[in-house]
Design a binder for this molecule. Structure first.
Ligand code: ADP
Ligand code: ZN
Ligand code: ZN
Length: 747
């Protein structure tokens, strides 16, 4: 009896999720499975394709069906449940199924030789006892060589390349060369089997006895774990330092005992060394870290280890949500509110939504952890879609840090025109005197500025969208990026009549200059996109902080993430206004989250922490709520505003970016699309634009945007399908439509 394989061909953008049937040749009859990569004849060529089902019948005439040509690897890249997830994504986000599959499986599979690649690693070239003696001998003369040997001694289970080893010992590869010359260490070639950068710390092996809140959360979730085929999403709302990670660790232990596996997502691996270390020290080789620094081959190796069940726990950023964990038993997303879980390029998807769906399909528990839950998650918890679990106190009854709001308008009146308020300056000086550390946070979306009145704090906003107007140097105009409203900066503040209404915005580099000027004795470090472009640079900066070599760390969002360093006693938010006035309807939410998160970096050890937030709008509810660590207060106000203005979670958004090399074509394309929507007004709640995108030109392309609000998911889906039919294939023409469903960043 003949059998047929239905496939999706590996050609992005040219198919409309149309699938094709091929006859399975006799010699492959019982071999071909769902998820296999095969070669099929397609027109005049042969192309790769993935099998999505095996059937006894085909819809078209049997004689017309061609045979598939070849099976690539005897490896199934996805199973039925995965496919169900991919299809859901293709539907929900309006994507090509093949693009979803490509995003979900390791890129390395398309390269046949990739796994045979050899790499050079450094190992000790003598017995440990001997090396210990060597270390004693060379101590004085060559401290860096000693450091390298110590790293090798303490991490004998890790394969280090020369650069990694040097980084880890905080020195240069030359130091390692010196030791090779002396014969203490040797180079060996191995087929890359990589343990990403890990450190074992003995003291962290031991479990903590959970406090009553932690225990309550564990017990609740445990019920779900023991009940197979029932999926529940939990929102674990725990203040900073409340011991969420310990809850994750104990849940994962329960899962492993049931012989199941786990996925843990973190916003960015490079910023989560502490988390990775804690998982590693408790579970050792059971974990696979899907680090973005892995080469495609290494990634594929880790992927296989998980699929074969050799590793049971996957830790990684966004794309680890697809990890092929065998017998998956739980998914945990830490810092669930973070924007990095949304992929903001094709194929657009949000790892949290995908994760919730994956948990449902697999009948398992999903844990969303955060000190500052996204408005959407909290809303869904209120509606009882998610189960709400709370850790309201810091462990060991540590105090929450006190947050002081400084009114910069007052500082100006008193003649202080510097970046630092008196209070912040004094506190930094005191901290430096006591040998304590300082974090200074600045939101560096410094690409844009807005108009702010220094006297009264008034900011010019769009009268239609309630979004801050962005200043454009070229036209010298303030523009709204949701609708097309624009105006000039007025000479006098419309609120108070003062003439101090000007554009406003500063960057981290400028801040560093100022810090050096005011605190010349301090060791200053900076962490932002510019200083972290090199491999391993995050880690070096964090390590210097950990070792107390840094007195003042300046940084962007990166420094607000879950670091746990006990020496930090002062946190300064240089200007809350730059977050509050991002041209985005979520700017208040971001403000509350960032202030709360950055505040959470202090008071984690035995010294208490102080947080100083400088702002021209001290009375804003997001700032006031952050001051009191009062999530509910923030939520109540924000959710009512969202409702009034038809923003999520009350509506479904789509942002369509129209993009191309020629501005006239882009404008024409945007207008065509706008006109097309006129025919479907019944489906659309509100249409904003077309208007130039906040970033009007990116990588040589002009950008316009249309924002659509829908009351119902079905309306949105219907219309997206219509766009697909009408404008297809919109991705290959000179003007592209990028359709971002549930947009996060609208720049
Ligand atoms: P969060 O992730 O909520 O910010 P962490 O899990 O990092 O908090 O916990 C903060 C600190 O408290 C960590 O150093 C952790 O090891 C410690 N800790 C966690 N749970 C307990 C406990 N039950 N008893 C004592 N210390 C704990
Ligand atoms: Zn004013
Ligand atoms: Zn507007």
């Amino acid at each position: 009896m003949s059998k047929f394989a239905k496939v999706v061909v590996d050609v992005p953008f040219t198919n409309r999720n149309k699938f094709f049937d091929y006859k399975i040749p006799d010699h492959l009859l019982n071999k071909i499975k769902i998820g296999h990569l095969v070669l099929v004849p397609f027109g005049k060529r042969s192309i790769k394709a993935f099998v999505i089902s095996i059937n006894n019948e085909v819809e078209i005439s049997r004689s017309k069906v061609k045979s598939l040509k070849k099976l690539y690897k005897n490896e199934s890249f996805f199973n039925k449940k995965d496919l169900k997830l991919y299809k859901w994504m293709a539907e929900y986000y309006n994507l090509n199924l093949i693009s979803v599959i490509r995003a979900a499986i390791p890129a390395g599979i398309f390269n046949n030789n990739i796994r045979k690649k050899r790499k050079k690693y450094i190992y000790l070239n003598a017995k440990k006892e001997k090396i210990k003696k060597v270390i004693k001998k060379i101590r004085k003369k060559a401290p860096k060589q000693k450091e390298v040997l110590k790293v090798l001694l303490e991490n004998s289970e890790i394969d280090f390349t020369k650069t990694e080893l040097a980084n880890k010992a905080d020195t240069y590869p030359g130091t390692v060369n010196r030791l090779i010359e002396k014969g203490y260490v040797k180079v060996e070639e191995k087929i890359a089997r990589r343990k990403p950068f890990l450190e074992k710390k003995e003291e962290e092996k031991q479990k903590f006895k959970p406090n009553e809140y932690q225990q309550n959360a564990i017990d609740e979730i445990k019920q779900n774990i023991s009940n197979s085929n029932f999926s529940q999403t939990y929102l674990l709302h725990g203040v900073t330092g409340s011991g969420k990670t310990e809850v994750y660790l104990q849940l994962v232990e329960l899962i492993l005992n049931k012989n199941q596996g786990a996925i843990i997502l973190v916003p960015e691996i490079a910023l989560a060394p502490v988390m990775v270390r804690r998982f590693y020290s408790r579970f050792g080789d059971e974990i696979a870290v899907l680090h973005s620094n892995l080469s495609p081959g290494e990634r594929y190796d880790e992927w296989l280890r998980l699929k074969k069940g050799k590793a049971k726990i996957a830790i990684g950023a966004r794309s680890a949500i697809f990890a092929p964990v065998k017998n998956l038993g739980i998914i945990i997303i830490d810092e669930e509110h973070e924007n990095s879980y949304k992929q903001s390029s094709y194929p657009y998807y949000h790892a949290r939504e995908v994760g919730i769906k994956r948990a449902k399909i697999n009948g398992i528990a999903m844990i969303l952890g955060s000190a500052t839950p996204s408005l959407k998650s909290y809303y869904l918890a209120q509606k009882k879609y998610f189960k709400y679990l709370s850790l309201p106190e810091r462990v060991k009854k540590r105090e929450m840090p006190s947050v002081d709001i400084i009114d910069m308008r007052e500082e100006m009146k008193e003649g202080n025109l510097s970046i630092f308020s008196h209070k912040l300056k004094t506190n930094i000086e005191n901290a430096l005197d006591n040998n304590e550390q300082v974090l200074l946070f600045l939101n560096r979306r410094g690409y844009s500025s807005f108009a702010l009145c220094r006297e009264c704090g008034h900011v010019l906003r769009c009268k239609n969208c309630d979004i801050s107007l962005t200043y454009h140097d070229k036209e010298k105009l303030l523009k709204c990026h949701y609708c097309d409203y624009n105006k000039e900066i007025p000479r006098f503040c419309p609120e108070c009549g003062s003439e101090y209404i000007k554009k406003f915005g500063i960057g981290t580099e400028k801040l560093e200059e100022e810090v050096n000027k005011y605190f010349p004795e301090a060791e200053v470090d900076r962490m932002d996109i510019d200083t972290t472009s090199n491999k391993g640079s995050h880690r070096k900066i964090l390590k210097r902080l950990e070792n107390n070599e840094t007195d003042i760390l300046i940084g962007t969002q990166m420094i607000t993430k879950g670091h746990d360093y006990p020496g930090i006693s002062v946190v300064g938010v240089i200007t809350a206004d730059t977050i509050l006035n991002l041209p985005d309807f979520r700017s208040s939410e971001r403000t509350f989250q960032l202030i709360t998160q950055v505040a959470g970096r202090t008071g984690r050890g035995d010294i208490s922490g102080e947080v100083i937030v400088q702002t021209y709008t001290p009375d804003h509810y997001s700032i006031q709520a952050a001051r009191k660590h009062d999530y509910q207060k923030f939520y109540k106000k924000e959710v009512s505003l969202r409702k009034q203005l038809n923003y999520p979670p009350f509506t479904k958004l789509v942002n369509i970016i129209v993009e191309g090399k020629k501005n006239e074509e882009v404008i024409k394309g945007a207008n065509n699309l706008g006109a097309f929507f006129d025919n479907y007004q019944n489906y659309i709640l509100e249409l904003l634009g077309p208007s130039p995108a906040p970033i009007e030109k990116l990588r040589g392309k002009y950008r316009w945007q249309i924002i659509l609000k829908f009351a119902k998911y079905n309306d949105r889906n219907y219309l997206l399908k219509k766009i697909r039919q009408k404008f297809f294939p919109y991705n290959v023409k000179s003007v592209k439509f990028n359709i971002d469903v549930d947009p996060i960043s609208m720049l």
